[in-house]
Design a protein around this ligand. Sequence first.
Ligand code: CUA
Length: 402
Amino acid sequence: MKKTNSHNQNCSSLHYKEEVGARDEQNPTTFANETKDGPNASSLVCHSMRLRLYRHRKILRALLLFAFALTCVVCAGHVEPVLGNTDGVTSIFRPLSQPAQQIKELSVLVLAICGSIFVVVAGLLVYAIVRFRHRAGDELSEPPQVYGSNQIELAWTILPLLIVFVLILVTSRTIADIQNRKPPPTAVKATVIGHQWWWEIRYPELGIVTANELHVPASDGRGSRPTFLKLQSADVAHSFWVPLLSGKTDLIPNRENLMWIEPTKPGTYRGNCAEYCGTQHARMLIRVVVHPPDEFERWAREQQQSASVETNAPEGRKVFFANSCVNCHTIRGTSAQGKFGPDLTHLMSRETLASGAAPNTTDNLRLWVRDPQKIKVGCLMPNMQLTDEEVDQVVAYLQTLK
Ligand code: CUA
């Protein structure tokens, strides 16, 4: 304790001398007045210590901010488990298909190059800040003045040029690889049309129309079966994004964009519309169901069938066709030929309702038919004002659409 005190005293007197020395240079008269009494001298010491404390606080604040930003970046790649959904994390860092894999490899390379530049520049900056920080007596002499150096200027012009050139080459090669891929004869072709707020999915060559769930075959040892997508929009701009399978591609009105995916692992891959398109943009989810090839053929054959003619829900059928449901929805094999809403021919083969807004269960279907606005506020399907009995009847009819 004693030692610290004596150190503080020494330290204070040192600071005192430093500060006083500096001021002496500038204004000898004031100094002469100040040295006469003690309180003024100690206030100088206090000022110097406060300055140091202030600097430390600034550094601490910068470190805290950096730690917070890093946490945000790490969490951003893992949004789903944070929100409690742990069955199948969607992360751009674990791609399970081309071209997502190729995009990730390129991103890692670009990140590594840019990261190294950041470490070198930030390191030199920190070194300069610490090594050449303000010291007592700095005011007395001027540092060496350097005016231009051909070697240094050449180095910092040519090196960045080379780095940018490498980045351009690897990026354009990846873009060309992805964009120029031609569909092999085995490819599945589908058209995805973005609507507010659901996805219409057509397979023109297979004669299938469905919604919100894109079914594709997996490419396995037996051969490559990529799926080539034509992307269109019926209203505003949307963006098709299934992080594990591919990058984002926009769906733009009066324009057709193309993309392809080639997953190798069967399973359900989730994605979302990635371009703000109105109130329910966040509930415009897309599912890509990847089947083993033979299972895909079976799914396609089932979807090609017209709606099964069931006789066990005649009342519901009557209510459905007596209301304006038929103006918006198609049920193949019936007079319902509306194009505005999703095709309902095989509604019960889908896992979710309202583009992923709710699981496709009897209770949710009832809730949806009674008042769609309860599940998806602002959605374009109106409340049909059906009675409880009619709702039950319509739900019973819809559940025959397998
Ligand atoms: Cu569609 Cu956002």
